[in-house]
Ligand binder design. Structure first.
Ligand SMILES: *Cc1c(COP(=O)(O)O)cnc(C)c1O
Length: 361
């Protein structure tokens, strides 16, 4: 095995080493065909099997009910910001959004192009340090859906529980899909760009309840209509073959280690170690309010930007990579997705302890 850095990058992000090794072999020669995985037709039997297996594993691991379609789309998670309202809203139709960070803000901007948007809650004034409890907003009865970002990648906050409302939920789960258990049937639509917790960049997974496929206005462009992709098994046009294939390998790995219940337990352990270090020290200041803390992205500050720069530089020098916070928050961010090994968290906590001793505030 090559020497591996501990990769805290927010995305694209760390993948299981065995997945990388398998992919590197299959890119050259897939299943002994004498052709690489990225050279075979997407209509060929071996590749159709890749698509089918990826979908079957996702259904099994997430517990996706029969009346939902799984789509593998392109255009990034960002294209879902407009595809959702393009397909589900229209003049005179309303949707409710919870504004908990950069990604919800972008989604709200797009939704306004298609219908009426009610922003029922925003934590923008407090630098997005929290997500709302359910009694902090109301969803009007005529809303088509309630939209939320389950995990706010940049600010390090997450919904500890999903709202229990009569309105259908729609969620951007790009940075925490498959990190914890939840009931898919409470959602009309879930989407996730793969490059955080699922695989490489290039594919966006969409899970959509079947009855929603008929809501798009007749003017919806073919490629932007969910129904097109649902009817063709995500093969209306050439799918992002390589990305879907790697997602399949990641799902196989996840199943092998015990699926979502097993990884959730590890994710909680990893996050708890870092938050415990932050809470005990006073030297490190967590960005997120404790009740809104993310299991995937741990955001924190030191006393000054200079100290933060020194912390990040020294961490990088000992193989702790990608700890620089997003430019809109500053400070540090440790992204500890499913594939991030617990040993890396242990090493970071130890480094935090030493750095504090060596650099008294
Ligand atoms: C990264 C991210 C996005 C944007 O993903 P792209 O695939 O780059 O468009 C959207 N939502 C969340 C929650 C993210 O973390």
């Amino acid at each position: 095995m090559v020497e591996r850095a501990f990769n805290f990058s927010p995305g694209p992000a760390v993948l299981p080493y065995e997945v990388l090794e398998q992919a590197s072999r299959d890119v050259v020669n897939f299943q002994g065909l004498g052709m690489g995985l990225i050279e075979v037709s997407h209509r060929s039997k071996p590749f159709i099997a890749v698509m089918d297996e990826a979908e079957a594993l996702l259904r099994e691991l997430m517990g996706i009910p029969e009346n939902y379609k799984v789509l593998f789309l392109q255009g990034g998670a960002s294209s879902q910001f407009f595809m959702v309202p393009m397909n589900l809203l229209g003049p005179g139709k309303k949707a409710t959004y919870l504004n908990t960070g950069t990604w919800s803000k972008k989604a709200i901007k797009e939704a306004k192009l298609f219908g009426e948007v009610d922003v029922a809650y925003s934590s923008e004034d407090s630098k997005f340090v929290r997500v709302p409890a359910q009694n902090e907003y109301t969803v009007s009865a005529d809303s088509e859906y309630l939209y939320l970002v389950s995990n706010n990648t940049i600010y390090g906050t997450a919904f500890p529980e999903f709202p229990v409302v009569d309105t259908m939920l729609i969620s951007d789960m790009s940075s925490d899909i498959l990190s914890r258990q939840f009931d898919v049937s409470r959602f009309g639509l879930i989407f996730a760009g793969a490059q955080k917790n699922l695989g490489p960049a290039g594919v966006t997974v969409v899970v959509i309840r079947e009855d929603l496929l008929d809501r798009a206005p007749a003017t919806t462009p073919t490629m932007l209509n969910y129904k097109t992709h649902a009817e063709k098994g995500s093969m209306f046009n050439t799918p992002p073959c390589f990305a879907v294939y790697v997602v399949g390998l990641v799902l196989k790995w996840l199943k092998k280690i015990g699926g979502v219940p097993a990884i959730e337990k590890i994710n909680r352990e990893k996050a708890a170690m870092l938050y415990a270090k932050i809470d005990e020290s006073g030297y490190y200041r967590g960005h997120a309010e404790p009740a809104s803390r993310s299991l995937m992205n741990v955001t924190f500050n030191l006393a000054t930007p200079e100290l933060e720069a020194k912390f990040i530089a020294e961490a990088t020098a000992i193989g702790l990579n990608g700890l620089k916070g997003h430019r809109s928050v500053g400070g540090c961010r440790a992204s500890i997705y499913n594939a991030f090994p617990i040993e890396g968290v242990v090493k970071l906590v130890e480094f935090m302890r030493q750095f504090e001793l060596a650099n008294p505030a």
